[in-house]
Design a protein around this ligand. Sequence first.
Ligand code: PLP
Length: 392
Amino acid sequence: MKLSKRVETLTPSTTLAITAKAKELKQQGINVISFGAGEPDYNTPEHIIEVAYQSMKDGQTKYTPAAGLPELRKAICAKLKADNNLQYEVANVCVCSGAKHALYNIFQVICNPGDEVIIPIPFWVSYPEQVKLASAVPVYVEGIESNLFKITAEQLGASITDKTKALILNSPSNPSGTVYSKEELEAIAAVCVEKDILVISDEIYEKLVYDGTEHVSIASLNDEIFKRTLVVNGVSKPYSMTGWRIGYVAGDKEIINAIIDLSSHSTSNPTTMAQWATLEAITGTQEPLNEMVLEFDKRRKAMVDLLNQIDGISCAMPTGAFYAYANVQELLTDDVKTADAWAAKLLEEANVAVIPGSAFGSDIHIRLSYATSMKNIEAGIQRIKEYVEASN
Ligand code: PLP
């Protein structure tokens, strides 16, 4: 046995398996329509690329401090104040190599073996794995579908034990697109304060909200929850910067210092020119983002309407992110028992790639990303419709 026990528990990503299969079919010349994307189908806006290019020409090609460029940390503080009404100092902020890395670092520095971390279902695929990698234990709480997959304060209270370290909150959510209201967050915050647990608030989709929905950061509700919250955010989703790998975490200085120390011995610093690009993304024009949100809004409505026209599929209208999370339970049979099996067959027989629910803690749901063209949405959902009708 060559491998560590730590990695033995890692679950391979279903998302990657489906994406690999879709790629393989494409390479065989098969016309696959993919709803698997976890990233905007736009390129990074030109003004951001220009700044990165110029920064390199100006010699910004060296290490930065492990916590990130002071200029960027300052701009992140200003952003958190302006957008989220959160008052942080530079020392409360650490820039990381993506929000995923920020989350990974958090679990590494706050968890002891056996600590419990509460993860609402459906969840983003990496949370349980990251918790396990920190020798902690994921504790799942099922978001109720009729409540748009949100957990309630009562559910949360019932799942807390003396080992509970933290709750992960992801609003707007990947995969459900659900956004918690201020009142719902207040109720959840009250439980976290009373039981004295941390909240890891993953707000990476905050800018992608629709129908006038307001994103509220749980940290902004009162001083007590502010002290206990680690706010995670990044530029991947709002600025189509998934490849640049910049995210950040803001919160308690002691925790942030530990993350900085950890980073200093692992990644040294997030990529220097990507940090300059991030500074421009956060402080420059927001016009490309606004245009993208308008376009996503149209696609969201089209996708969800078309899905609901298929007998056996039901899908609530999401108010955030860029995913539709559809229930396919009625289509499952003795031969095709789970959403995973259903998605595998759909890809094989109708050449449409969707992400099955096991990636998010469900056997009966699929996730479809509308970060793809309207043409693909119309053609792909039509294929699913025909496939479902032919299977009946
Ligand atoms: N959190 C959620 C909910 C996500 O969906 C993603 C990316 O898919 C991330 C965090 C990670 O984003 P980043 O590209 O900044 O690492």
